[in-house]
Design a protein around this ligand. Structure first.
Ligand code: PAF
Length: 281
């Protein structure tokens, strides 16, 4: 299995493979891999001649230093999980300096308003950090296809916008959310939950399913009130936001329109661990 921790050796290796008829599938991650990530790797393997996974906890996308410090770093374990999918997958696990060349700052982006609500509103600077690192990774790896999970749906739309704005020659593939058997969306942050909290966190998806059902007959405002009420009486949970928004523009739904596809978005703290989830309505 090929593992690189600097872009020069990764590039040497990728160039040595030759480019005739070869496509590179890329799965960017911050490690602490779970089955959701592994499903992205499998999808990439099916559709490309080479698959690269990056494992890099990107400091510029954390607006909270404690969150950055506590982010799980489990490289050896991650490499084993990648190997269990295929030992042909190329791992790129760079240092901060290899990515940022001594200047660990973000570029300030305008994503045409996609960045102003939800994650962007509650995590100022987050999408500048994501845009900065994803663009750098695309420039290093030069993927044909890049795979992103729909759990971070706002991120997925922002990466699509980044790709269009900068005419980056890569196809962005959105992949469905992987869930635990109780419905909890798979996330690296789930590792920080106790078993009891993991079980109880299924309330998030259950509430989204009910919100979806209610949205058939109720207004967005009425659905939001329902969700706020569910979490008000739960001492373990703190609802940060619940939004019903247009899937394309991510603008809040004020009045329903037949021609718009809507999606519900939620962020909840479960005993101080911040979880997000989303559902198409
Ligand atoms: O979704 C993630 O894990 C990260 O935001 C990404 C895309 C790897 C960029 O650091």
């Amino acid at each position: 299995m090929q593992i690189f921790n600097n872009k020069a050796s990764l590039n040497n290796y990728l160039s040595s493979l030759g480019s005739i008829n070869s496509t590179i599938g890329f799965v960017p991650t911050m490690g602490a891999l779970h089955n959701g990530h592994l499903s992205l790797l499998k999808k990439s393997l099916e559709n490309n001649s080479v698959t690269v996974v990056s494992i890099f906890v990107n400091p510029t996308q954390f607006n909270n230093q404690e969150d950055l410090a506590k982010y799980p770093r489990t490289l050896d374990n991650d490499v084993e999980k990648v190997k269990s999918v295929s030992d042909k997958i190329v791992v790129y696990a760079p240092t901060v300096d290899d990515i940022y060349d001594g200047n660990t700052t973000s570029i300030h982006y305008n994503f045409d308003g996609l960045e102003n609500q939800m994650e962007g509103k509650f995590r100022p600077g987050h999408f500048d950090g994501v845009g900065t690192v994803v663009k750098k990774l695309f420039e290093i790896i030069k993927p044909t296809n890049a795979y992103f999970g729909e759990k971070d749906f706002q991120q997925l739309q922002i990466v699509r916008k980044l790709t269009t704005k900068y005419k980056l020659p890569v196809t962005i593939v959105g992949c469905e959310i992987f869930r635990e058997s109780n419905g909890l969306a798979m996330s690296s942050r789930n590792e920080r939950l106790s078993i009891e909290d993991r079980n109880e966190a299924s309330l998030i998806y259950k509430t989204l399913l009910t919100a979806k059902e209610l949205f058939g007959t109720k207004t967005a405002n009425e659905v939001s009130k329902y969700v706020i009420n569910v979490f008000k009486n739960q001492s373990k949970f703190e609802l940060e936001y619940f939004e019903i928004a247009d899937e394309q523009t991510l603008k809040t739904c004020k009045r329903k329109s037949e021609i718009i596809n809507y999606r519900a978005f939620i962020a909840v703290f479960v005993n101080n661990v911040r979880l997000i989830d989303t559902i198409s309505l």
